[in-house]
Design a binder for this molecule. Sequence first.
Ligand code: BT5
Length: 245
Amino acid sequence: EKLSLLCSHPLEFFYKPEIDSTNLWAKEVMVRYSESSLFFTDKQYAGKGRLGRQWESAPGKDIAFSLGLRMNTDVCHYYQYTVLMALAVRNILASSLQNEVKIKWPNDIYINNKKICGILTEMITEENRLKTLIIGVGININSEPKLPQATSMKMVSGQEYDRHIILSEILNTFFKMREIMDTYGFSTLYEDWKKHLMGLFQSVRIDTGKYIVEGTLEDVNEQGIAVIRNGDHVEHVYSGDLFVS
Ligand code: BT5
């Protein structure tokens, strides 16, 4: 209730005190529901990362939500919505913390070389057409994660934050950016996203899960593909884990 009051965009809100994964929940509901909706919980006990990995969040302290977006275009560049979400989270964290906040390809958010947010975007397709996009976001807010490579807003600033305010600011920013994209196109938002990209023009290593690609990160193109140059050889990488050398 508090959230729907704080959010300026008309959105259907779903809340459960606890759930296995808001992405799974959103997928279940969105197949029979036609409005764009937000799925929020206070305790996500089986959060999903990419490739079957786990996402941990502290009950009542962190943010775990999924945004279910109904798509009405035939051709949908779904990656663009993940970019908008990453940029919205980045901008809100940067202004709340007054800290440098980076985006790590494909769509993690990092502060001081530690991960503060992960995003998992999934699609529901019907008759080979994209119907719904599920954008799942986990952010460490008031917890002190034990993982050595993780950080939280509290760890960065020493302060505690109102999770509902942070979430509504992210949603309001996301929908504002979506309006900008619908009116003026994707390019300026994408350029802004790229400004905050970790490792751009630096030596990186990408573990695709099958093989390792090493070289200079020359670009991440508008389809979200990382372009890695090694001498004369240029490789396009679709997904993986990136490490800055
Ligand atoms: C991600 O996967 O980073 C995507 C995480 C998406 C989580 C949200 S929460 C709401 C929604 N519902 C879901 O079920 N999921 C979404 P990936 O890039 O695969 O990273 C996963 C890895 O991040 C793990 O293997 C850990 O190493 C690390 N990790 C797990 N929990 C973390 C945390 N709280 N903070 C930082 N790193 C974490």
